[in-house]
Design a protein around this ligand. Structure first.
Ligand SMILES: *Cc1c(COP(=O)(O)O)cnc(C)c1O
Length: 429
């Protein structure tokens, strides 16, 4: 590597990254546009701590944006990956690893009578909606403002003349006719979903929702919201799709569907089920999944789907996730929430916290937001200052006010205490 005079290791890497990758990154959420400063170049992680190329250590709340519920380099995951890599796959054939992981997922989430592995959450959401359209012979899909379901064309949609109307592309390069197959509704607002069904009778194939919204910051479903979606979709002959890419094995072993006792028709998974490897999955009632090739007419395929190394990482991860761990994560999350609120109050800063279990967001807004409009009222500049001050104190938060912080099994009460101490100063920034 060529290092210029005066450049640290990180600066040299960032310069090379900037010339290789758009914006210097391979996924936009890794950039630091929203918070300022330069993104770290990370070389190593162990437990709850990551180390950058300059040797600086951080307590990590990014958690790779969700998968690492056990923290970095958990010994069971590392051993499973090593074992499976040495076995010489993939083989372009079924292996025991995918059967074991599939069975473990079904045991935890019985609504997935059958499932299919893919290589990302994006693929899983896109494929689930393909199945929903095939099953209902309808084209329109309802999603919620602020919900994220990967970057498939039809899911990059924004409101046109209003909610419940046909959407416009939210990204350049998305065909208007494709975006127009998506309708937008407001999270925690059943009336906005009912309005979509009234406006487009007999045309809506599915409602897709993050049962706990975690991509606009953490916004919990209000009592009755998920039940209401279940009832509305059933009444109108549409399918209910839970995107549990973040919440699956996170808010409970059985995901949000277990935590809130609402069974969707189809479920989208990713992140934790891959144990840090590229994995997605979609599943649901057998008669729906049996529409997928080669059992049925919906085409969906993947050269590396069910990759044995990734399956092994997922299986090793799921093997560690018991009731005790979820109770501990809940306890840690509650302690972090209480500590941060107290630190903010002492600093005279009005913040609120959205939290479900080990998922948490600090909103620089007096009341916790219920939907995306309210999320956007939060003070983004205050968050940016807070983020920089926390980073200076050795605590790495996701570089956006609209992302979840992820606690892991590797975090402890002393980490929470350290974070709250750092926040006392950072809230004054
Ligand atoms: C991360 C995420 C996705 C996309 O998953 P990728 O593996 O990044 O493609 C989809 N839905 C939700 C809820 C996510 O958080």
């Amino acid at each position: 590597m060529s290092v210029r005079a005066g450049e640290t290791g990180a600066a040299a890497y960032r310069r090379r990254a900037a010339s290789l990758f758009p914006g210097g990154v391979n996924s936009p959420v890794r950039a630091y546009g929203a918070v300022g400063g330069e993104p770290p170049i990370i070389v190593e992680g162990k437990g709850a701590v990551v180390r950058d190329v300059d040797g600086r250590e951080y307590l990590d709340y990014v958690g790779a944006f969700g998968p690492l519920i056990l923290g970095h380099a958990h010994p069971a995951v590392v051993a499973a990956v090593r074992r499976e890599a040495e076995a010489g796959g993939p083989f372009g054939a079924t292996t025991p690893a995918e059967i074991e992981l599939g069975a473990a997922i079904r045991a935890a989430m019985p609504s997935l009578e059958r499932l299919r592995f893919v290589s990302s959450g994006t693929e899983a959401a896109m494929s689930a909606l393909r199945v929903a359209r095939a099953a209902t012979r309808r084209d329109l899909v309802v999603k919620f403002e602020g919900g994220y379901h990967g970057h498939a064309d039809g899911l990059l949609a924004r409101a046109g003349s209003g909610l419940a109307t046909l959407s416009l592309p939210a990204s350049a390069g998305v065909a208007a006719v494709v975006a127009a197959q998506t309708l937008l509704a407001r999270y925690n607002d059943l009336a906005s979903v009912a309005a979509a069904f009234e406006r487009h009778p007999g045309k809506i194939a599915a409602v897709i929702v993050e049962p706990v919204a975690a991509n606009m910051g953490v916004v919990a479903p209000e009592a009755g919201f998920l039940d209401g979606l279940r009832e509305l979709t059933a009444r109108h002959g549409a399918l209910l799709v839970f995107d549990e890419v973040i919440t699956g094995f996170r808010v409970a072993r059985g995901g949000a569907q277990a935590r809130y006792h609402v069974a969707p028709d189809l479920t989208v998974l990713g992140k934790i089920v891959g144990g840090g490897m590229p994995v997605g999955a979609y599943g649901g009632r057998a008669e729906l999944l049996d529409l997928v090739a080669p059992a049925g007419p919906v085409y969906q395929a993947g050269t590396l789907s069910g990759h044995p190394v990734a399956m092994a990482a997922g299986l090793a991860t799921l093997g560690e996730l018991g009731a005790e761990l979820y109770a501990r994560l809940e306890h840690l999350g509650a302690a972090l929430e209480t500590g941060l609120l107290e630190a903010a109050a002492t600093a005279g800063r009005r913040v609120s916290i959205g939290r479900v279990g080990s998922l948490l967001t600090v909103f620089f807004r007096a009341a916790a937001p219920r939907d995306f409009d309210e999320v956007q009222e939060a003070d983004a500049d205050a968050f940016a200052r807070f983020h920089r001050a926390m980073r200076d104190a050795g605590i790495l938060l996701p570089p956006s006010p609209q992302e979840a912080w992820f606690l892991s099994a590797a975090h402890g009460m002393e980490d929470v205490a350290r974070t709250v101490e750092a926040a006392r100063t950072a809230f004054r920034a």
